[in-house]
Design a protein around this ligand. Structure first.
Ligand SMILES: [Mg+2]
Length: 350
């Protein structure tokens, strides 16, 4: 038996926006296309739960959302920022994973090897969840089961901010009463078609005649019959590779005070080193990133001999910083190491 986990961030884009603007919390907030007083084209990318209460959901035309709630907060997408947060999240997940498949910016499957114990898996899930919350401030939900499909379905029912375990022996009961439209892979059109055929619940579909389904839906008919029975043999395919590790810091007030900047660099270096160590990496490039008051950005890198020592990060970063007498005020600092090689086996925490 295997155990698979799906870790999926809750309302990710809006949750990221709430991090840098806590006032958005508790108010209906939507990230997506510009509503243009209801004439906007494009869709809702993500919305928070305060917006969902009104029936707004991702994928909905932004004009429909506007009709429902014209006074909601409408924000444009900032993918660079979301990707930065995503990297932080994925790095944490990776540090627990034996096998990891990132499926989108905010979702990853993790395979649990060598353990046949849902309780241990649940405990680990709790650790992953609280470390993500603690280090990034972002909420997620986790589904745990015996394959990807069931982990996904478990995760959906755990949302928001929950953990749900569906043991293999309970899978049929878990799926049985759900409407067919809730089954992974079944869109609105297909579910309407299924309902017309009399398959209202996933349990009805599970008992359906396979040949009948294949007559109507082709090979997809077979697939949905498998899914309805909780069957999914697809692998968690390792596709996640850490290319760099970085940390960033934004000053409360833009500064060119050399001591303040140096101290921030030392702190960031230490945080980067903690991750480097946890994952058992060596690095050979150190990069200093500066964003100035006018939002212009400067990246300076230096290569060194492969190292896994904190001093090599701090010395390199400070020598890049001290190489010039920069007077411009800095808004944001970043420290990054790259050219990573994993020299230590991943701890198998699962
Ligand atoms: Mg998500």
């Amino acid at each position: 038996m295997r155990i698979v986990m799906l870790i999926d961030m809750d309302y990710f884009y809006v949750a990221c926006e709430e991090l840098r603007n806590p006032e958005l919390k508790d108010k209906p907030t939507i990230v997506g296309a510009h509503p243009k007083e209801g004439k906007g084209r494009g869709v809702v990318m993500t919305c928070n739960y305060a917006a969902r209460k009104y029936g707004i959901h991702s994928g909905m035309p932004i004009s429909s959302a506007y009709r429902i709630k014209p006074d909601a907060n409408y924000l444009p997408t900032d993918f660079m920022y979301y990707e930065e947060k995503s990297r932080e999240v994925m790095l944490i997940i990776k540090s627990y994973a034996y096998k990891m498949e990132q499926v989108s910016v905010d979702e990853a499957y993790v395979e649990v090897a060598e353990i046949e114990d849902y309780k241990a898996a649940e405990e680990t899930a709790r650790k992953v969840k609280s470390e993500i919350k603690e280090k990034t401030g972002l909420p997620c939900s986790i589904g745990i089961s015996t394959n990807k499909l069931l982990a996904k379905m478990a995760c959906s029912s755990a949302k928001p901010d929950g953990i749900k375990v569906v043991k293999a022996e309970n899978a049929a009961a878990f799926l049985r009463e759900m409407p067919v439209g809730d089954l992974y892979g079944i869109g609105r059109k297909t579910s309407e078609k299924l309902e017309k055929l009399g398959y209202m619940k996933i349990g009805d579909l599970a008992k359906a005649n396979i040949m009948h389904l294949m007559e109507i839906f082709g090979s997809f008919g077979l697939e949905m019959h498998n899914y309805a029975n909780g069957i999914d043999d697809s692998e968690v395919s390792e596709n996640y590779e850490v290319k760099s590790i970085s940390r960033e810091f934004t000053f409360e007030k833009d500064t060119n005070d050399r001591e303040e900047v140096s101290n921030a660099l030392l702190r960031l270096s230490k945080e980067v080193m903690d991750d480097v160590e946890k994952q058992g990496f060596s690095f050979k490039t150190v990069t200093l990133k500066r964003r100035y008051s006018d939002f212009s950005e400067q990246l300076k890198s230096r290569s060194i001999k492969p190292s896994n020592r904190l001093e090599d990060i701090t010395e390199t970063i400070l020598s890049i910083y001290n190489a010039e007498d920069e007077k411009r005020k800095i808004r944001k600092l970043g420290v990054r190491v790259s050219g990573l090689t994993q020299y230590k086996m991943q701890k198998r925490l699962f």
